[in-house]
Design a protein around this ligand. Structure first.
Ligand SMILES: *[C@@H]1O[C@H](CO)[C@@H](O)[C@H](O)[C@H]1NC(C)=O
Ligand SMILES: *[C@@H]1O[C@H](CO)[C@@H](O)[C@H](O)[C@H]1NC(C)=O
Ligand SMILES: *[C@@H]1O[C@H](CO)[C@@H](O)[C@H](O)[C@H]1NC(C)=O
Length: 299
């Protein structure tokens, strides 16, 4: 579900959907699980030798690609770091992905320390930057990185942020503008928090209730996801945001064998009515390992 114009209507629609789901579950007994969705999202942009964006979309393996990262903002300068990928032809690649039905998002944040949103003003300025550079603003401006190509979503990947920052202002601003993204759908607003619930860096933004998807990072916190997944944390995330699709993040940094993901993780995750699919970190790893190819039928 892409987020809609006004929050009340999306809540009403979501509530209606939920009661349909509840009705189905009453009729069908315990089979209220979401089950497979076939959705595999991948991060792209962290390795120069992972292959091009176009190749990632052409592989047919992914239902969404998230470009990473816009890792400098909040202090008047902005920088998209794609690990040395050439920007030439990128606009055409984005359009190609969209033609194939694969939306392309941009993730803000990342592992560097060059970003922050200390004030509402900085959040509004970031919105303007995103809108004018990657979405529908100033379409004829020759400084646009991807020409007149128009991205499909914004992801928040916040390693360095505090609860005092203004990501909810950014989220609400994106919603307020009712952005119709390049694939003709409403903008996909997503977040990729750490696995321990709640993640204070992005909690206030998520609590607006307008996020379409959350990719829970089951990897970097041994106390939270020692085995690459935690059913207890999964239950907290899925219960807290019933109108948001929750994705299982799988990372090459904490490798779970495809067979383990299939047998031990996905059946548990798919019990949630708002299970969304799997998010892979990252395209470089996936291209070498064919991980998505080997889990595709179970996602
Ligand atoms: C920032 O914006 C939010 C939402 O528009 C508003 O509720 C809040 O009061 C603002 N904070 C400041 C310090 O202006
Ligand atoms: C942008 O360019 C197109 C054709 O190149 C033109 O039709 C359109 O009016 C221009 N828009 C603006 C805002 O200048
Ligand atoms: C990836 O794995 C799947 C399932 O094992 C297989 O069908 C497919 O041919 C593999 N693709 C590549 C490129 O090796």
């Amino acid at each position: 579900m892409a987020f809609t114009r006004r929050r009340p209507s999306s809540v009403v629609v979501a509530a209606a959907l939920l009661s349909v789901l509840e009705l189905c579950s009453l009729l069908a007994g315990p089979a209220s699980a979401q089950g497979k969705t076939g959705q595999v999202t991948v991060f792209w942009g962290r390795h120069k030798d992972e292959g091009s964006l176009r190749e990632a979309c052409d592989s047919g393996l992914y239902s969404m690609v998230i470009m990473s990262f816009l890792d400098a903002y909040g202090r008047g300068t902005y920088d998209l770091d794609l690990s040395g990928h050439s920007l030439a032809g990128m606009g055409d690649a984005i359009k190609r992905c969209q033609f194939l039905g694969v939306p392309v998002s941009i993730s803000i944040g990342g592992f560097g320390a060059g970003y922050s949103l200390p004030t509402n003003q900085s959040a509004l300025a970031l919105f303007d930057h995103l809108w004018n550079t990657y979405f529908g603003g100033s379409l004829n401006d020759t400084r646009r990185l991807f020409g007149d190509a128009w991205l499909d979503g914004v992801d928040m990947f916040l390693e360095h942020a505090t609860p005092a920052e203004h990501y909810s202002t950014l989220a609400l601003q994106l919603a307020k503008h009712n952005i119709r993204a390049g694939d003709g759908k409403l903008l996909h607003l997503t977040a990729t928090p750490r696995c321990r619930f709640p993640d204070g860096r992005v909690k206030e933004a998520l609590d607006t209730g307008i996020f379409e998807r959350i990719h829970v990072r089951f990897y970097d916190d041994p106390g939270c996801a020692a085995g690459g997944f935690s059913a207890a944390e999964w239950d907290r995330w899925t219960a807290a945001y019933p109108f948001t699709k929750i994705y299982v993040w799988h990372s090459s940094l904490r490798y779970t064998a495809p067979a383990t993901l299939r047998r031990a993780v996905l059946p548990v995750a798919q019990k949630a009515a708002n299970y969304g699919g799997v998010m892979l970190w990252d395209r470089y790893f996936d291209k070498r390992s064919n991980y998505s190819g080997s889990i595709k039928n179970w996602v």
